[in-house]
Design a protein around this ligand. Structure first.
Ligand SMILES: [Zn+2]
Length: 388
């Protein structure tokens, strides 16, 4: 049993372990990290006195050296270090610029799935002196930690959504947010599955036990994630679908094949395609490398379940969108031509059947085309909580 569990049983403070990771080659980074470490520890200690805040700065020499830094690379590095050192949360800090994907410029990228965030003060240092930058760095760190602890954007507090970061911005959580964070952290400080007195050694049983124990929070993480509509953000992926569907809609043979498929067979085919599509992206984009660990650990298992769950739900939602679009197109096209292409008479021609068929083929095509997408683009859509 771990020491935290004993501490909890003794009803004294619960430990939250946070790592601040910097590149040992980046000379300016250490002093900033030290400032962040001391200030955060003090402020969090005041706001959340029920917890013991255990911070550690780690300087690594295996940072990716390409500039601007790709937040995906830094998130993956942070997540690996988090597993290695058993941190609860990790902040990867840099004074160098970050590569932006969705916004004009980027200062920070939190990832709830990885419980890791990347922070850069490069853009802020261009505009402000060191004193103001210190203030903004603290605001930025609290903002991303708030996201990692389950908070959404809210006006008037440090969780305010914004384009530019200034030292005048609100720098605290309000009472409601503080209570929400506390509840979240109490859950984090609970003993992990691998720390229980009888740890499960079998991988399958470990995952099963985790799913049963955490079903509602896993369900919430998957279904309320903003990434459910992720596939619509993937240009090449959607293009692959649109092009193949356009050909299908205008090819008589496609309608004939659709007519030849029984409804039951088509349903099974649709489920099969959604699973294949998910696996193709999971392995094609090397998602199995994320949160990788030799030992069975609750948090890495959790990240994997949420990743696969989000991917498969994203695929299913994509199928539903394609189904609805196909239904509208079929409705708009002249029915007599379509039914003659399908070799059916008007009464036999089912809109639903053909919309299902088109959606299924569309997902199939996109699963193949999806891996044309630049590797880190799909990862970013899936694991970024935001780019701010
Ligand atoms: Zn935000």
């Amino acid at each position: 049993m771990s020491s935290e569990f004993n501490i909890k049983a003794g009803n004294s403070s619960l430990v939250i372990r946070i790592g601040i990771i910097i590149d040992s080659n980046e000379t300016a980074a250490y002093n900033w990290a030290k400032y962040l470490n001391e200030t955060l520890k003090r402020e969090l200690g005041n706001s959340f006195p029920d917890f013991k805040w255990d911070f550690k700065i780690i300087a690594r020499n295996d940072f990716p050296q390409k500039i601007p830094k790709d937040p995906i690379d830094l998130l993956e590095l942070g997540s690996d270090i988090k597993i290695e050192y058993k941190f609860d949360f990790v902040l990867v800090f840099t004074t160098l610029p970050l590569k932006s994907r969705f916004e004009q410029g980027v200062n920070a990228v939190p990832s709830n799935i990885l419980e890791t965030a990347v922070i850069s003060i490069s853009k802020i240092l261009e505009k402000y002196d060191n004193q103001a930058t210190k203030k903004i760095l603290l605001i930025l760190a609290k903002h991303v930690l708030g996201h990692l602890w389950g908070l959404e954007h809210k006006d008037g507090t440090v969780m305010m959504d914004r384009k530019f970061w200034t030292p005048e911005d609100p720098s605290d959580w309000d009472n409601e947010e503080t209570a929400q964070i506390k509840e979240y952290l109490l859950n984090v400080a609970d003993p992990r599955l691998e720390e229980m007195s009888n740890p499960v050694r079998n991988k399958f049983l470990f995952y099963l036990k985790l799913i049963i124990r955490e079903k509602w929070s896993l369900f919430r993480d998957i279904l309320f994630s903003k990434t459910l509509f992720m596939i619509l953000h993937l240009g090449r992926f959607v293009t692959a679908t649109v092009v193949s569907l356009m050909f299908l809609f205008l090819t008589a043979e496609a309608w004939e094949i659709g007519a030849a498929m029984s409804s039951l067979y088509l349903d099974i085919f649709a489920i099969f395609v959604i699973i294949i599509g998910t696996l193709s992206i999971y392995f094609g984009q090397n998602f199995q490398e994320i949160a990788r660990s030799d030992k069975l650990m609750e948090q890495t298992a959790r990240s994997k379940i949420v990743l696969v769950g989000t991917l498969i739900s994203g695929m299913a939602i994509y199928w539903i969108i394609l189904f609805l679009i196909s239904l509208i197109i079929i409705y708009l096209l002249p029915e007599n031509i379509l039914s003659s292409w399908a070799g059916l008479n008007k009464t036999q021609f089912s809109y639903f059947h053909f919309a299902k068929f088109m959606a299924t083929i569309g997902v199939f095509a996109s699963a193949v085309g999806g891996n044309l997408e630049e590797e880190n683009q799909i990862k970013a859509v899936l694991i970024y909580t935001e780019e701010t």
